[in-house]
Design a protein around this ligand. Structure first.
Ligand code: ATP
Length: 723
């Protein structure tokens, strides 16, 4: 096929016609030319804008005026008929203004004064010493400054009130007097309207829709963004982050799991917790990151507010009846997700440290509820602060002593000996260890478990505080190290977490540790362990507004954040009463069972600290000069039955044999012989201690034995009682 074309030299009649037109009349051919020529601007026609009808016609204008007049009349009638409302508003308005005036007069000075008074009260509760004197004088100084400031403020306020009142009342009176009726009406209206303005009903506040927090969107997309922003996952691999399951509510936060791209372990994200928290716009304390079942799975839990800002009551307060703390532990605190945290006090010793008023005592109060209601636990408290904090539990305590270093040294000696006794007993009876199966049998054999509490180590352990400081530290270290396996748990508390109070070995042997807010990172490390602040476990950063909050490190929980439950003084008293009844029924109150530790203390010092000793408040004086054991036992025998005037030798011996194995008849031996052995030892001891006392056995109708006055003469009490 061929295409016909016109040769370039051949004339084209059409082209000729166009160019001819252009040459003869260029303006006519402008429409067809390709050459740029602005020519003249085209003119556009606009449609006129419509105007309101009343502007165009008189009729419409008249109608508009009628409408406006009617509306004005309606408005006025409406306002007039509603004037009673406005009068009501007006009264409310002036009441509100008065209240504002009153608030401005106080400002927040009253609150500040109350806070200063509280500081003063708290300072007075501190143990006597320089710290208390300093705290008291600081609180007093603050209180005085606040009071002076308040006085000046009240004066200024009165001056301002006087000047404004004078201007308003004076100006108003002059205007009313000079202005005539209309001015007076207008002024009255102004007064009513001003009041009505301030008293107008409050607009119903429409709660702004809660903007969803960035955390509430926790899901695959958010986690992709967050992991990229935190530098855990490179941006080009963000799409490989996969959600596992769906985000769900867990306690006060949301939990979600994601699988990271292959080759990126979840632990890489865990180490970038701070960056992830920042990308989620939360504090890192509100966030939990854990490696899941597989190395690349990241478990995320995040709350949108501080989970420790709330106060919770101990769930044990609702518990009725005995508690088996060996099997169930003690719920002492709550974790980040609101879950109860159990302390397995059977398995390890615990040290609690933190600055003053940061909640150490509260953690102990939680532990005490549990152990007090467990009849198999022998609770012994050595309180170095000497306050009334533990008095409520005195009645159930095997030993309760305040500020007595010598007695603590003796008691730790007794506990160390008790460890040997227990280990021999378990050995003899073929028990490898105490466990859930053999628990009851072991408890009967050993006489229960020991929970030995030293509240305020600083009173006892620093070198130079007493001649027993080294011995106490050494014995406590031993108890903490090996006690748990033998049913002996040590709980130590200190508000002075320094190395001379908590010496290295003592700290290391406490395998459970709780650090409340401390004054420095070093103090925090003294409790939790060297280098812990570097790993992010720094108790000095715990907010001061949250007493009871702590870093808890136990073999079961690892290092976690907790806040102890709140136990109020009333709760404490109630729990102590319940514990008393539980122990009474189980025959495990002090005096109801044979306590080798108190026996030893009594024999060594001549005074008992069971149930807080005489007076039940733990105020056990300095040890009396040591009495020979037969005399101390004879004295205890009289005391056990209410100090009768006299007692037969047989009855006295029976009580002695029940209290001390040393004088009990050996198996198969004759009881009379054993009694005579004791009475001989008593006479010999009396000859040494008080040779002037007549130790001949006295005879009376129906019996032979000793008078109380004779035994008191031996112990020295008779002399003490004479004026
Ligand atoms: N878990 C908690 N929840 C709420 N409030 C608490 C909690 N723990 C402590 N508090 C508050 O803090 C106060 C001081 O607590 P606590 O007496 O236990 O401190 P502390 O460290 O033992 O003080 P100190 O060293 O003076 O003995 C308590 O009276 C209580 O008001």
């Amino acid at each position: 096929m061929s295409i016909e074309t016109t040769p370039s030299s051949a004339p084209d009649p059409e082209w000729e016609r166009i160019t001819a037109t252009y040459h003869s009349a260029p303006e006519a051919g402008a429409a067809t030319t390709l050459v740029k020529d602005p020519g003249t601007a085209p003119v556009f026609d606009f449609e006129p804008r419509p105007r309101p009808a009343w502007m165009m016609s008189r009729e419409q204008l008249k109608q508009w005026v009628v409408y406006a007049r009617d509306n004005a009349i309606d408005w006025t009638v409406y306002q007039l008929t509603h004037s009673p409302y406005y009068l009501g508003w007006s009264m409310r308005g002036y009441r509100r203004l008065c209240l504002r005036w009153w608030e401005a007069r106080h400002d927040d000075y009253r609150q500040q004064i109350a806070t200063a008074k509280l500081m003063l009260r708290q300072a007075k509760e501190l143990p006597r010493g320089e710290a208390r004197a300093a705290a008291e004088s600081k609180a007093r100084a603050i209180l005085e400054v606040r009071r002076a400031e308040f006085k000046v403020h009240k004066k200024r306020h009165w001056i301002r009130t006087g000047i404004s009142g004078l201007v308003l009342i004076g100006g108003g009176a002059i205007a009313a007097a000079a202005g005539g009726l209309w001015v007076q009406i207008l002024m009255a209206l102004a007064v009513v309207l001003t009041g009505a303005w301030f008293g107008r009903p409050e607009e119903p506040v429409v709660q702004p829709a809660q903007a969803p927090t960035r955390t509430s969107h926790l899901g695959e997309d958010t986690m992709r963004r967050v992991l990229v922003e935190a530098g855990v996952v490179p941006e080009r691999r963000a799409e490989e982050v996969r959600g596992v399951g769906i985000p769900h509510q867990d306690g006060p936060g949301i939990a979600f799991s994601v699988d990271l791209p292959s080759g990126i372990p979840a632990s890489a994200a865990v180490t970038k917790k701070q960056q992830i928290a920042s990308a989620l716009a939360v504090h890192q304390d509100w966030l939990d990151l854990e490696v899941g079942d597989i190395e690349s799975r990241l478990e995320v839990w995040v709350a949108s507010s501080d989970p420790f800002a709330i106060v919770r009551r101990s769930p044990l307060l609702e518990h009725e009846g005995p508690i088996n703390t060996f099997r169930d532990g003690v719920k002492v605190a709550f974790g980040k997700r609101g879950e109860p945290i159990t302390l397995w006090i059977r398995d390890s010793s615990l040290i609690v440290g933190g600055a003053t008023r940061r909640g150490k005592g509260m953690l102990l109060a939680n532990i005490l509820i549990g152990v007090a209601k467990d009849p198999w636990v022998n609770v012994r408290i050595f309180d170095g602060k000497g306050t009334a904090e533990h008095n409520a539990y005195a009645r159930i305590m095997g030993t309760f002593t305040k500020r007595n270093a010598e007695r603590l040294a003796l008691a730790t000696r007794a506990i160390v000996a008790e460890m040997d006794r227990r280990s021999d007993l378990l050995d003899e009876h073929g028990y490898e260890k105490i466990d859930d199966e053999n628990y009851e049998e072991c408890m009967r054999l050993l006489g229960g478990r020991e929970v030995f509490i030293v509240d305020e180590l600083a009173t006892y352990t620093p070198k130079g505080t007493s001649p027993w400081a080294d011995e106490i530290t050494e014995n406590l270290s031993q108890i903490a190290a090996v006690g748990a396996a033998l049913g002996i748990t040590l709980i130590s508390l200190t508000q002075v977490p320094e190395v001379d109070v908590v010496r290295g070995r003592l700290r290391q042997n406490h395998t459970s540790r709780a650090a409340m807010n401390t004054e420095s990172g070093t103090a925090s490390n003294t409790i939790l362990g060297d280098g812990m602040t570097g790993q992010g476990y720094d108790a000095s950063k715990i907010p001061l507004t949250q007493p009871g909050r702590a870093w808890l490190s136990t073999p079961e929980t690892g290092v976690i954040q907790v806040r102890s439950y709140l136990v109020k003084p009333d709760d404490k008293r109630r729990a102590a009463d319940e514990a008393y009844e539980i122990r009474k029924a189980a025959g495990r109150l002090p005096g109801q069972w044979k306590d080798p530790i108190e026996e030893y203390l009594l024999a060594e010092t001549g005074v008992s600290s069971a149930a807080g000793g005489e007076g039940g408040k733990g105020r056990i004086g300095a040890a009396a000069p040591k009495l020979p054991a037969p005399i101390a036992l004879a004295r205890a025998a009289f005391a056990a039955v209410g100090d009768p005037d006299r007692m037969t030798s047989t009855q006295m011996y029976q009580l002695v044999a029940a209290a001390s194995n040393d004088w009990a008849p050996e198996e198969g031996a004759d009881a009379d012989q054993a009694r005579d052995r004791f009475l001989k030892a008593l006479r010999e001891a009396a000859a040494e201690v008080a040779p002037a006392v007549d130790m001949k056995v006295k005879q009376w109708a129906g019996g032979r034995g000793y008078y109380l006055s004779t035994i008191l003469a031996l112990t020295g009490e008779a002399v003490a009682k004479c004026p």
